[in-house]
Design a binder for this molecule. Sequence first.
Ligand SMILES: [Zn+2]
Ligand SMILES: [Zn+2]
Length: 280
Amino acid sequence: MILSDNHVHTSFSADSSTPMEAMVQRAIALHLPSICFTDHMDYGFPEQYQTEFLFSLEDYFHTIQSLKEKYPSIQIRTGVELGLKEDIFETISAVPKRRLFDFVIGSTHIVDNLDPYYEEYWENLGEENGISHYFEKTYDNIKLNFDIDSYGHLDYIIRYCPTMKKAKNKNMENESFYQETLKKNKEILDEILLSLIQLGKGLEVNTAGIRYGLGHPNPHETIIKRYKELGGTTITVGSDAHETKYLAYSFGQIPELLLKCGFHYCTEFCKRRPVQIPLT
Ligand SMILES: [Zn+2]
Ligand SMILES: [Zn+2]
């Protein structure tokens, strides 16, 4: 079984230089049934990083339309990854109103006007607080009920915390730290999952965690299982590739991983409507 990739970046995102067409060609070579582009729209990205994660919707839809015509053998879908920030709810909410996307991912990239990718965030808060604070801000964002279909890379903060960064630099995993961190944050993670379920939002399984050396997708299987236990039904799958070589990264192991977590289907979105894809 080959899964579609529902989280893909291209040169429409400030942190990728991959042409959209190259991603389509790679998707065809991998025999993916479909590919959904989800380039970054991060309004209010802090000025200090001097990067603008915004693009022209007109160019984006136009480019995708011409690729659809050129490559009819694959379904090409139009999505977006919205960086969620509670202080500019209205600005962000306007994006999915401007065009009919197939799929909208919401992710928390910025907390307290800082990107936890950088050390400054950890210097201010420390490791334990830095992680729990991120989850609390995630919860605040989710409760606002942004117009999204699936929540992106829920626990990816773990990738960037000092302990995991150290392990990564030594090419090692640190499973006990990962497990401990999830245990310490169990209450807030449950609140997040319950909120997603109540609001009818999906949970994304993002294989960049595997690529990053965590030994797991983001979120960890513990969270995926818990989402199922609490009543969650909608799992979307994406690689978060910014380069063609990472498209559908480790997708071979995802059907079995999801089956082990209790899911027999994953979900893709077409014109914002869920389509169930059997995993067996
Ligand atoms: Zn993201
Ligand atoms: Zn992404």
